[in-house]
Each structure stands twice: as structure tokens, then as C-alpha cells.
Design a protein around this ligand. Structure first.
Ligand code: PMP
Length: 396
């Protein structure tokens, strides 16, 4: 064991623990449904991204088992050797249909999809304008590309226009790209895509939308680009298969040329083993359900509205969310963590999100209602919110 490494780890772990920034992980002892079991106790789960409840869907489980029986548990190789199964290609056709594009490519996760796609196209001669609240995988993908990164104030279209103009007129860069989340996961606000497309046209920006939290949720399930009818305008439609879709993986949907390029230039496609068949089959089943009916979507939005109304009536600040994501803004970091811990003791699992994930002093407990929650579960959660809120002086 290296003494240098050990000293480094000890010192830094201690610092994190002293600052209350070390994230202890509680294992879930069963399915990640609307009720989860942690340390033997059942809790109302308001912390998963399983928006439509599909992660535990019985039909999808059957599809996964059947495909596993047919193909085995692993794809056996990277996509470009012999890891491409016929069902990977069927999945990619379905993803293109889902997103209204010519083609699509799938990856093993949403995280490595962003690492793959950004760095396959952008280079150190280029510049990327990026919303300051974009997800960590976008930030890492931008860094990996070597392009100049220009931060844009959150959803500030004047800032985007000014910085795009300056970048273009400087003549310093080759390609320019603008990247935004479709739905921002901390506040639940939706990217202003119509204005973004206008600015992109004016300054020749490539447009890149990571709709991890929008797919299955906005656009009657088809996502934020569809919500605005901009399928022909956005160059990169990114999504994860791990949130509303309920399984695992990521994808890019776009033109045939873009997808052909990613197949020869994106490194996780070339050098990391393909998604297992069981997952692929479950994902296809999930996409079929979302495309065939808005029932789950409608339940999700109904539950989102119900929880928001309930929290607001109790006097909580629920921020600016335009989607079912429901932040409950507490403020100070220690109080936010205490609030979340008390909720959990009382029977609600809703994680605290504090600096540096969100700005200092804007700590929040983030609630993610899903289509699988019943009204009774949400009523129970609201009663616990009321109790803890009064006890800690957050509401009167
Ligand atoms: N992009 C965004 C906007 C996300 O919120 C996430 C997940 N937190 C990811 C990408 C990564 O997705 P995955 O969990 O599928 O790797």
C-alpha cells in the first residue's frame, strides 16, 4: 500500500467528513418502486428517477428474462467487434422513431453517452457554450473534447446571445456548439429551446440537448424537443434509458450522417462492451409503452401537480419547476440535511441537495413523484412534511 496515497486519502476523506460533505450511501433492500426498504424500514420513495414506474414493470421484466434466455446475460464484446446484436439495431431504429430523427445510436449509460458524443465532434479548435447548470457528464464531455468552454448564466438568453456573438466575431474558433439540459434536474425548469434555436441560427451554433429528465416526461412522453416541435432543428438529441425508461443506457438521436460518424469516432461505442440483451429488450418494451399510450405520463403529471399543490398550501417554497420534479427549498445547508434526515425517520425518503450541487444557501429537498405513487402515499408524505416543517420552523 502506497503511504503517499494513504495519507492523501485519509486527509481528504477527513476534510469531507468534517464539512458534512461525505455522502453516506444507504442500500435499498428490494425494488426501487414508490415504497423502498432501507435498513429494514419501508419508506415513501420521493428520490428516484423512475418517473413512469417502469423500472419495476412486470411486462418489462418478462421481456428482459426472455431476451436473456435467448442471448445470454452479456453481449460479449464491443459493438464494432461482435457485440452488436440484432436487437441493438432494432432498439436504435425505435429510438429514432421515438425522437423523430433519421437515426440513433445507443450507449451503455447516459454519462458515457455525453462523454462520447461531445468529444467525437468537438476539438480544441472549437468552442462550446454551456449552461452553467448542465449535468456533470456534459461538463466532463466538454473537458474531454479539449474545446474552449464558455459558461452561460443559467437559462439567460441575453448572455447566450452576447457570448455567441463574441465567439463568432472573434474568428478564434472553428465550430461553435451550445449545450443545454432539456429539463434541469435540480429546479425542474425546461430549456428555452425556441429562443435557443433562433440564436443558434443567427450565430451558426450546433445545438445539443441532453433530455435525460425530459424523455418520457415532457412532450407527452417524447421529450422536450418534441414538446416544442423542434425535431428538425436540434442537432443532437441526447437521452438516458435509466430514468423514465426505467432500465440503463444512453443514446444520441440525429441525422444519419451524425450517427454514422459517432459509430466510427465515439470511443465508448468502439471500446466498451455493448448493452446486455435483457436490458435492450426491456428498453424496447418501455419505449413501446410510452409511444402507445400517455396513461403513465398523465399519472406522473397528475401526481406532480398534487404534490406541488399540497406543499405550497403548507407554505413551502417549491421554486420554479415546470415539470413533476418538485424541489422544496429549505436554504441553509445543515438545516436542509437535518430536514431530509427527519423526513426519513418519519417515513419519507427525499434526498437533500446542497452546495456544491446547487448554489450556497439554496439547499433543497428534492421530490420526484412518479406515476407509480398513489394519492394515499402522497397524502402520507404531505402529512410528514407538515410535521417536520413545523418542528424545524421551516413553515409556521
Ligand atoms: N445527463 C443528465 C442531464 C443527467 O441528469 C444524468 C443522470 N443523473 C445523466 C446525463 C447520466 O445518465 P445515466 O444515469 O444514464 O448515466
Amino acid at each position: 500500500m502506497s503511504k503517499v496515497l494513504d495519507a492523501y486519502l485519509q486527509e481528504n476523506l477527513k476534510e469531507l467528513r468534517d464539512q458534512g460533505l461525505y455522502n453516506e450511501i444507504d442500500p435499498v433492500e428490494g425494488p426501487n418502486g414508490p415504497i423502498i426498504k432501507i435498513k429494514g424500514k419501508d419508506l415513501i420513495n420521493l428520490s428516484s428517477n423512475n418517473y413512469l414506474g417502469l423500472a419495476t414493470d412486470e411486462d418489462l421484466k418478462k421481456l428482459a428474462i426472455a431476451a436473456t434466455q435467448k442471448y445470454g446475460v452479456g453481449a460479449g464484446a464491443v459493438r464494432t467487434i461482435n457485440g452488436t446484436l440484432d436487437i441493438h439495431l432494432k432498439l436504435e431504429q425505435k429510438l429514432a422513431e421515438f425522437k423523430g430523427t433519421e437515426a440513433a445510436i445507443s450507449y451503455q449509460s447516459g454519462f458515457n453517452c455525453n462523454m462520447a458524443a461531445i468529444s467525437a465532434v468537438m476539438t480544441k479548435q472549437d468552442a462550446i457554450l454551456s449552461d452553467e447548470l448542465n449535468h456533470a457528464s456534459i461538463i466532463d464531455g466538454c473537458r474531454l473534447s479539449g474545446a474552449k468552454i464558455i459558461r452561460i448564466n443559467h437559462q439567460d438568453m441575453d448572455d447566450l446571445r452576447a457570448k455567441a456573438k463574441a465567439a463568432k466575431e472573434s474568428g478564434q474558433y472553428g465550430k461553435l456548439m451550445y449545450i443545454t439540459d432539456g429539463v434541469f434536474s435540480m429546479d425542474g425548469d425546461i430549456a428555452k429551446l425556441p429562443e435557443i434555436v433562433e440564436i443558434a441560427k443567427e450565430f451558426d451554433l450546433i445545438t445539443y440537448v441532453d433530455d435525460a429528465h425530459g424523455s418520457g416526461v415532457t412532450g407527452l412522453g417524447k421529450g422536450t424537443v418534441k414538446h416544442f416541435g423542434l425535431e428538425k432543428e436540434i442537432d443532437f438529441q441526447i437521452g438516458t434509458l435509466s430514468k423514465a425508461i426505467g432500465v440503463v443506457g444512453g443514446y444520441v438521436a440525429g441525422t444519419k450522417n451524425l450517427i454514422d460518424w459517432l459509430k466510427v469516432r465515439s470511443r465508448p461505442f468502439l471500446f466498451s462492451t455493448a448493452l446486455p440483451a435483457g436490458d435492450v429488450a426491456a428498453i424496447m418494451g418501455a419505449l413501446d409503452k410510452i409511444m402507445e399510450s400517455t396513461e403513465l405520463h398523465d399519472k406522473l403529471w397528475g401526481n406532480g401537480r398534487y404534490l406541488k399543490d399540497g406543499l405550497q398550501k403548507l407554505g413551502f417554497d417549491i421554486g420554479v419547476s415546470e415539470t413533476p420534479i418538485t424541489p422544496c427549498i429549505i436554504g441553509e445547508e445543515k438545516l436542509t440535511q437535518q430536514f431530509s434526515a427527519r423526513l426519513s425517520e418519519e417515513g419519507v425518503y427525499a434526498k437533500s441537495i446542497v452546495f456544491p450541487t446547487v448554489a450556497k444557501g439554496s439547499g433543497r429537498v428534492r421530490n420526484m413523484p412518479t406515476a407509480a405513487h398513489t394519492k394515499e402515499m402522497l397524502d402520507d408524505a404531505l402529512a410528514i412534511y407538515e410535521k417536520v416543517g413545523k418542528e424545524l420552523g421551516v413553515i409556521s
